[in-house]
Design a protein around this ligand. Sequence first.
Ligand SMILES: NC(=O)c1ccc[n+]([C@@H]2O[C@H](COP(=O)([O-])OP(=O)(O)OC[C@H]3O[C@@H](n4cnc5c(N)ncnc54)[C@H](O)[C@@H]3O)[C@@H](O)[C@H]2O)c1
Length: 360
Amino acid sequence: MSTYRVATIGLGVGRGHIDEAWAALPDQFELAAVCDLDDTRLDAARAAYGVEGTKDFDALLARDDIDIVDICTPPALHLPQVLAALEAGKHVICEKPLAGSLRDIDAMAEAEARSPGHLMPIFQYRYGAGAMTARAIVDAGLAGKPLAATAETFWFRDADYYAIPWRGTWKTELGGTMTTHAIHIHDMMTWLMGPVEAVFGRLTTRAHDIETEDTATASLRFASGALGALTANVASQDEYSRLFLAFENVTFESTREPYAVGKGPWTMTIRDPEIRAKIGALVASLPDPGNRFTGQMRAFHHALETGAPPPVSVADARDAIALLTAFYMSAETGREVTLPLPDADPGRAGWPQQARGNAA
Ligand SMILES: NC(=O)c1ccc[n+]([C@@H]2O[C@H](COP(=O)([O-])OP(=O)(O)OC[C@H]3O[C@@H](n4cnc5c(N)ncnc54)[C@H](O)[C@@H]3O)[C@@H](O)[C@H]2O)c1
């Protein structure tokens, strides 16, 4: 079994990657270097992990002893950094949102196809026994057809959070709470319910002094004909996430833990005793997927070792960005937007709010 050497770039949530994965899985990974422009964060990480720290991203890419570049920088940097790291032949892990447009995601997919490296976007909330059990039941064909679903993201962020300059603007955060916070649970919903065909979105900014939305709702129609509803608010006194999925044979209700919504057990309701028995037997056979970054990075290691594609793919991130594109286009025009967007649609280059933000 190989041990892959990792450099983590960006030491905000990047510290979470280190603590939950690189430091927690020493047989699979070794933290080789950290990179940040902020001296305080760099010094703290150097001291905590006893590794080399640098401000020079390009110098890390030139090193032969680094196998994986772990990008945890603000969203607008993801495209140039991912492209440069793939060009340098590295495996790349990148935080959400992977990019701010379908065009940029497609450029990343092309760069990945040309590179010996793989690109894995982060969607760590999928990793938890609740979400993985639901997925196994759907994959086994035991859930029956999808009927309806709701996804709720009620989180709290204060003015200090939005005082960080890249947050709250279309140009640097790329979107608001739908892009930054609710993207996780919406990814989980589409991963379990299937592709989205039509979106009607509404957004507003109710509580924070920011350019992007802090409150949003959307109505979805899935390609299967099932319906879905999304709500997100990032100034909620109570904090919770909740996914409720109704399939023909089973309903799934997630935990309410805002930062571990995939964790098990989820509540399952199954009326038919025969189906209940089949699902019970399947569930008893499932391995522990691990939680959050630990689970996702462990699965990435397995993929690298076996030559399988990354467990979360660029195509998965593309689905999330397609949903966001349709949501923002609909919120802008007041009309339903259908997916997939035609090749010539200007929305493929980003959502209209970003263009306004860039021009401002
Ligand atoms: N998966 C999750 O649960 C999760 C949670 C939080 C944030 N995120 C995502 O992670 C990314 C970072 O968010 P954050 O909250 O950690 O932000 P942050 O501002 O706290 O940290 C980003 C760090 O990147 C550093 N940085 C900026 N430009 C750099 C450069 N050119 N080279 C090296 N370092 C540079 C900054 O100095 C800063 O320390 C965002 O895309 C965000 O959406 C994901």
